[in-house]
Design a protein around this ligand. Structure first.
Ligand SMILES: CC(C)(COP(=O)(O)OP(=O)(O)OC[C@H]1O[C@@H](n2cnc3c(N)ncnc32)[C@H](O)[C@@H]1OP(=O)(O)O)[C@@H](O)C(=O)NCCC(=O)NCCS
Length: 157
């Protein structure tokens, strides 16, 4: 079985199967997530950097041709947030399909995200992670993220 971590080039090349897999992974992240339309996901994909992990071959090493480019089994987004002190990055939607966990895919996604953040010259990268997300908290700490002493506020429209 082989995987590929890559930046997704934009909504125009999202296959219908990709939309289904993104909706599936969003539900893995949060069971309350609604089913999003192709238009919604396309707009969001074009407003951020979407990093995807695709399974590109089966157990026997045979290339997967459906959907084109392989099945999405992990994803993360890196958004650009300009501030007066410089541009920072914000990571969201980091998730690996439960059937593919523990194989280094989360690490691969984070490596790609951090390479991008460096490439774009971001001054820092922020993210939040619930305390119940034990694996994710370990992953972020392993990448050098340090817990910041600040309150996280949210206003939901
Ligand atoms: C967090 C997540 C993306 C990790 O994906 P993964 O592909 O299984 O992770 P990897 O195999 O690449 O492991 C990378 C690191 O994650 C941490 N980790 C992964 N699985 C873990 C586990 N079961 N227990 C503790 N730490 C774990 C470790 O630091 C690990 O590094 P190590 O192998 O050197 O110990 C995945 O568990 C997931 O999707 N969780 C649910 C969604 C979620 O919580 N997303 C984060 C939202 S903020």
């Amino acid at each position: 079985m082989a995987y590929l971590h890559a930046v997704h080039p934009g909504s125009r090349v999202l296959a219908d199967e990709d939309i289904d897999r993104i909706n599936f992974l969003l539900k893995v992240l949060n069971a309350d997530t609604p089913q999003y339309s192709r238009e919604h996901i396309g707009t969001m994909v074009d407003s951020t950097i979407l990093v995807l992990t695709r399974q590109i071959s089966d157990d026997d090493g045979k290339p997967l041709i459906q959907p084109p480019g392989g099945v999405i089994v992990g994803m993360a987004t890196l958004s650009r947030l300009p501030t007066l002190r410089g541009i920072k990055g914000y990571v969201e939607d980091m998730v690996v399909d439960p059937a593919h966990r523990g194989r280094g895919l989360g690490r691969g996604l984070m490596q790609t995200v951090m390479q991008l953040a460096r490439f774009y010259g971001y001054k820092r990268v922020d993210l939040t992670s619930g305390t119940h997300r034990v694996e994710a908290n370990k992953l972020y700490q392993a990448f050098g993220f340090v817990q910041h002493d600040t309150n996280v506020y949210r206003y939901t429209f």
